[in-house]
Design a protein around this ligand. Structure first.
Ligand SMILES: [Zn+2]
Ligand SMILES: [Zn+2]
Length: 290
């Protein structure tokens, strides 16, 4: 089956996987937890950049094609009208990816991210713990007025003792080690960097050049902004369509046809060692995608 799901030369290889034991006792791969991911990029003159991620950027924005060959095969079987084999497999992979990307988007929705115990969002559960939501309503205040039980505004604290969204519950049942890699996400739109569509050498050069240029321009003065520098990753005209603006129901073909190949990300500098600066990528500004 000549399916190409991002070979070693695509930047997909930059997304590390870890093994976990599925609830059915078989071994599966899952994306490594964001806090464990570090990319090191060698720069001339003995300098090495270390790149990390925060705020779920790693899961939210770095998309990879479906690796489930059975899903691709199922789509292939539906595409009998395409006679060219390569074209048929490519269309099958696109269809499987479209389904995967739509699933991932749904994991960010209120349906999957709000607490199933109390119905309140993660923001109402500090550190994923007890819910702090207080509901106001008109009810019995406990006092009396004109000889009758008094009614008035009352405040009812939520009694939920721990955040438990459907997405985490499902992953927990599957045995996945990271329960909610999208914690806090709610928007059902997303800009995805499609790692399979960017050659790894191109990806690394874009990151390297963008960081080096900004570092040289601002360090030591005026200094890297404490809340992060806004940096463009422009993967170039040859990679048009590698950035997908996804919303509910977006067709992959339409998203690719937009021809986006550039995003703006926010990167903080987390140390002062000029030979081994550590950068953390934490935000993508969807308004700057082009
Ligand atoms: Zn609640
Ligand atoms: Zn709750």
């Amino acid at each position: 089956m000549p399916t190409k799901i991002g070979d070693a030369s695509s930047s997909r290889g930059l997304v590390p996987q870890t093994q976990y034991t599925h609830a059915d006792k078989t071994q599966h791969d899952t994306r490594a937890e964001e806090s464990t991911v570090q990319w090191s990029i060698k720069v001339s003159g003995g300098v090495t950049y270390l790149i990390k991620f925060s705020a779920n950027f790693f899961k939210k924005h770095l998309y990879t094609s479906s690796k489930k060959l059975s899903n691709v095969q199922a789509e292939y079987d539906k595409l009998g009208s395409i006679t060219d084999e390569d074209a048929r497999w490519a269309a099958a992979q696109d269809a499987a990816d479209e389904a995967k990307f739509q699933r991932q988007l749904k994991h960010r929705s209120g349906d999957e991210q709000k607490c199933t115990v109390c119905g309140h969002p993660v923001n109402d559960h500090p550190n994923s713990g007890a819910c702090t939501k207080v509901t106001q309503s008109i009810g019995l205040t406990g006092g009396t007025k004109n000889g009758k039980p008094e009614r008035g505004p009352i405040h009812t604290p939520c009694t939920c003792t721990g955040y438990s969204p459907a997405y985490s519950e499902k992953r927990g049942l599957q045995g996945k080690p990271v329960l909610n890699p999208l914690l806090g996400a709610t928007a059902q739109t997303n800009d995805a960097i499609w790692m399979d569509k960017i050659p790894r050498a191109v990806f690394e050069k874009v990151l390297h050049d963008a960081l080096q240029a900004r570092y040289a321009a601002v360090v030591p003065t005026p200094g890297w902004k404490a809340d992060g520098e806004h940096i463009e990753w422009d993967f170039g005209a040859a990679q048009r369509g590698c950035i997908l603006k996804l919303a509910k129901g977006t067709k992959i073909a339409d998203a690719k046809a937009m021809g986006y190949s550039s995003v703006e990300v926010t990167i903080t500098l987390d140390n002062t060692d000029p030979n081994n600066p550590i950068f953390t990528v934490g935000h993508l500004d969807g308004k700057k995608t082009h």
